[in-house]
Design a protein around this ligand. Structure first.
Ligand code: IPD
Ligand code: CA
Ligand code: CA
Length: 259
């Protein structure tokens, strides 16, 4: 029932993205010059919340646009109604619906759907990860130097040692390809599918990563915070890799080691 509801909510919300894509949009702004929210974000979120409430009226829901709809429950749904909103608003087909389910403080299920590429990623704790119902696995690459990475940047500049630009510049100077898709949920799924060997970012919110981390782990990958410690979606930093390059990438991010 949990899985059916998750899949239904993700599919129905994706129909909203498809309907509004490349159409004139009502856009408002959040903190940061280009931190947008469109009417499609609100509509997608309303559809998701409606479907969850029909089946699980007592569950806790945490969403990007409506905030924390707190309830006393073992289950929490963590929702990003459009991840990659700037892409969406510019007609770039790299954006998705992302919904994760937490049970007693542990992420147990996640769905990420990019309808523009017809890619539905799903994972349930202990049952593996899939792309359009076919099993997926992380890459086998073991040398960070030969890896293909992804990252993202926050809407407001982060001035800190080893910050987003410092790390990016260090990796690029070493000749390592680091892509920036503009959707953290898709970045994570592409690590799970073996397209990227690793992904890191300095400042995510719980709804950006909740679904993707289950998908990466169930595809055989590893997820930690930026220091290499156990990951929690309620702190900002993330490193998600195929596991093999994890420690090396973590060192590069934290110190200016020679490679
Ligand atoms: C953003 C995307 C982006 C990441 C930002 C997120 P949004 O989410 O995931 O890739 O770099 O940190 O805020 O605003 O498109 O839902
Ligand atoms: Ca997001
Ligand atoms: Ca969003």
């Amino acid at each position: 029932m949990l899985k059916e509801t998750l899949i239904k909510a993700t599919n129905e919300a994706a129909k909203v993205l498809t309907a509004y894509f490349n159409q004139p949009l009502v856009i408002t702004h959040k903190e940061g010059v280009n931190n947008l929210v469109t009417e499609a974000d609100h509509k997608s979120e309303a559809v998701i919340i409606g479907i969850i409430k029909e089946s699980f009226p007592g569950h806790h829901i945490l969403t990007e646009e409506s905030g924390d709809l707190s309830q006393e429950s073992e289950y929490k749904w963590i929702i990003d109604p459009i991840d990659g909103t700037v892409n969406f608003a510019n007609g770039l087909p790299i954006c998705c619906v992302s919904i994760g389910i937490e049970h007693r403080g542990k992420m147990i299920m996640g769905a990420v759907y990019n309808p523009f590429m017809n890619e539905f990623f799903f994972a349930e704790r202990g049952a593996g990860a899939t792309l359009n119902d076919k099993p997926i696995h992380v890459s086998e690459k073991s040398e960070a130097m030969k890896s293909c990475l992804a990252t993202g940047f926050p809407y407001t500049y982060l001035d800190m040692p080893n910050g987003p630009l410092g790390v990016f510049s260090r990796l690029i100077r070493k000749g390592i390809p680091v892509r920036r898709l503009g959707s953290a949920a898709i970045d994570l799924c592409w690590v799970a599918a073996g397209r990227f060997d690793g992904f890191y970012e300095h400042k995510l919110q719980a709804w950006d990563s909740a679904a993707g981390i289950v998908i990466v782990e169930e595809a055989g990958g590893r997820v930690t915070d930026l220091k290499g410690n156990e990951y929690s979606p309620y702190q900002p930093g993330i490193i998600a890799t195929n596991g093999r390059i994890h420690d090396e990438l973590c060192r590069w991010i934290n110190t200016e080691v020679e490679m």
